[in-house]
Design a protein around this ligand. Structure first.
Ligand SMILES: [Zn+2]
Length: 367
């Protein structure tokens, strides 16, 4: 079975199994591919090298290449208010990334089958073009179609770093809103955004979204959703207060993770250093993954490093090359190759495949 047949098989599973949170990507992979391949790594959230001045060390095109990953997201900021505003700034970011493609540095992934399961040592890096901050959509749904044509396959609906003047038109972000579910969440326009993204085959990312926004997205989406970069608060914590960064900044409660899991989605975790709950080592990160596994299994957790972003990192994490260290830490923590593969990339791939299949189905049935 070649790669094309493999994906055809996935699509058939996708379209025939109804409410298919059971897309058996991992099983197919284990049976047919795992013996021959290295563990595929897909980074669900990163910025392109040089975009943000915060953390550039250990994160260059060479470093991404050497990390031997199958694909990485490149998120352009969708909520930069400087100059001509969020939309113009997002277009400028996309132009930079398409420039990287013209220079042969990257290849923009347009469909799940563009992601090579076996990463190539040379050649352009497969990237999933994303926008972090739906502010760039403004109030024009048509911009989503335009972004899609440009290759955007994932949008983080709310971000909230730059548009400090107020909430965006889609919903609330968690930096300024607590886990209080009485606060308003997804707007009516935001619901239309989710519908349009489902129809186009774009992954809906609820990273940074407030609890109520997340719950509203989870209940209206027709495809699985992800949180592309977060970490889990201990299950005993049931409330989050407002904060700017760190602990209260973007971590998920188990109640929020459950809503993502119920869509068939994935909670992607990153190397945040958080002394307030002892998350200061790769082993602590692995313990968090194992705790998550004991609640939801290994099908709903993944990797989103936020490389290029400004998150305080676990000291052992020195750059994108440290993906091999988290892989090793998972192995010594007792997780199996298939579970590690699920975390490192296959769960994300399942969601992307499913999102793509849902769009095809909606188009076919004109639903
Ligand atoms: Zn972010």
């Amino acid at each position: 079975m070649n790669r094309r047949e493999f994906f055809a098989k996935l699509m058939r599973y996708g379209l025939s199994a109804g409410a298919l949170n059971a897309l058996p990507v991992e099983r197919l992979f284990a049976q047919e591919f795992l013996p021959q391949l290295t563990i595929p790594i897909i980074d669900a959230h990163a910025h392109y090298p040089g975009d943000l001045s915060t953390v550039s060390e250990g994160y260059t095109f060479d470093a991404i290449h050497n990390a031997n990953i199958s694909a990485t997201s490149f998120a352009v900021l969708g909520d930069r208010t400087s100059g001509d505003g969020p939309y113009a700034n997002a277009l400028a970011g996309i132009k930079i990334v398409t420039g990287f493609e013209s220079d042969g540095l990257v290849k923009i992934v347009r469909r799940p089958s563009d992601i090579p399961l076996q990463p190539s040592a040379k050649g352009p890096i497969p990237i999933i073009l994303a926008i972090e901050g739906g502010d760039a959509i403004g109030t024009e749904l048509k911009r989503l179609d335009k972004f899609y044509k440009m290759g955007v396959r994932m949008i983080t609906l709310v971000h909230g770093t730059y548009s400090v003047s107020g909430d965006n038109q889609i919903g609330n972000d968690m930096r300024r809103h607590s886990s209080n579910v009485d606060e308003p969440g997804l707007s009516d326009f935001g619901q239309k955004v989710v519908e349009r993204m489902n129809r186009l085959g774009m992954i809906v990312d609820v990273a940074h979204a407030s609890a109520q926004t997340l719950f509203d997205v989870a209940s209206c989406t027709r495809a699985p959703i992800i949180d592309s970069h977060t970490s889990m608060l201990p299950p005993t914590v049931t409330e989050r207060t407002v904060g700017s960064e760190g602990r209260a900044g973007r971590q998920r409660l188990y109640s929020e993770a459950e809503a993502i899991v119920e869509t068939g989605g994935v909670v992607c975790t990153y190397p945040l250093n958080d002394p307030s709950c002892g998350r200061v080592s790769l082993d602590a990160w692995v313990a968090e993954i194992e705790e998550f596994k004991s609640h939801f299994g290994m099908r709903h957790i993944g990797l989103g490093t936020d490389s290029g972003g400004g998150v305080p990192r676990i000291p052992e994490w020195t750059g994108i090359g440290s993906v091999k260290d988290i892989e090793a830490a998972m192995r010594s923590g007792g997780l199996g190759a298939l579970e590690i593969s699920a975390f490192m990339g296959l769960n994300f791939l399942r969601v992307f495949t499913r999102v793509h299949a849902v769009a095809q189905t909606l188009i076919y049935f004109k639903a």
